[in-house]
Design a binder for this molecule. Sequence first.
Ligand SMILES: [Zn+2]
Length: 367
Amino acid sequence: MKYVTKNIILDILIGIFLVPIIAVSVFFISFLVKGQSINEATSALAERIVSMINKTRSFSEEESGKVFNDQNVILPQQVNNVGYTFYLGQIDYPDAAEIGDGLKKGITNIIHAANFPKRLLNNLAIVTVNTLAANSNQYIKMPPDKFLKVNEFSPDFVKGGSIFSQRTKEYSIIFINKDIISNTLNRLKLVLTHELGHQIGIQLTAKDWEEYYRLRKIPKGTSKYGQSWQLSPSEDFAEVYKYIYTDDPIKTVYGLLVLKNGFWAEEGICKEIYEKLVDDYTKDETEQQRKDFWKFDFTFSDHYAEHQNDEIIISNIELQNCRRDVLLHPQKYPKAYEFVTLVGLPYESTVSQETRDFFNKIIKRFN
Ligand SMILES: [Zn+2]
């Protein structure tokens, strides 16, 4: 018994001290033999250790190496179409129909129309989901052998139609609710383009984000993921990208907020601020000119339109904050939403030319 214990202790001591010492020595000798200096060998060893730690970490994230029941592994297929290569898979019942050519072509068109960088398709899977067939024990297998766990889908997924998820530093998945595909490809276009925007967004450097915050008038220090969807800079980035390539209105509340549906739709408080600004702005005009201006309030005269588009007036912070508040709290401003089903939201975020140039620059860099 005593002997056995001693032996185990010895084994442990060897394990703890001797094996690593031998491993490190062999490593160093191999580097020195290759003619590298001690310094180079040391930094190479440090790199190796860091990569080993990273590997262990990514293993626990992706659960690589685990043996899965085939039924629970979704293997996206590689689609090659007119110069685009992307991964497309589906979560559905085993006897569901295979992904059709129509969808493959439709998605290719969307990717192409969005000017999406081809390189960013390599680590991305697009997966369509029948939520009834989804369970919490499913994995997406990315080539060659990465297993990415599928999280449970929330009711928000059914409502919104899609979700972007970065499963590891390298791999992302766009989940698309099958229900939105069956109706019309247009909804898919809007939803998928937004999600592709996220795949670009996660590649941005801290400096890129700094520039983006400035362009969109986002207060410094705002968390990239915001306190809410509408106030999230990363959602704003995806929305602006979607807007640039599909023309679908931006639903986040950064950028310059302009009145969308005529002066009559402007909410009382914001309208007062606006009128005061115009008064200040036009104080050097003659009494008659000012009279003319307000006389044509509701007729969309040139003079009115001129002021409406005048960035100096509408970029006023007090006015912008008022409009943002109206968009963020519809229940506080029932008047502004009276005709929302007919004419849409009272204000809309716009995109400056400089912001468009920023997107062009970023996309070029990732291509
Ligand atoms: Zn989003």
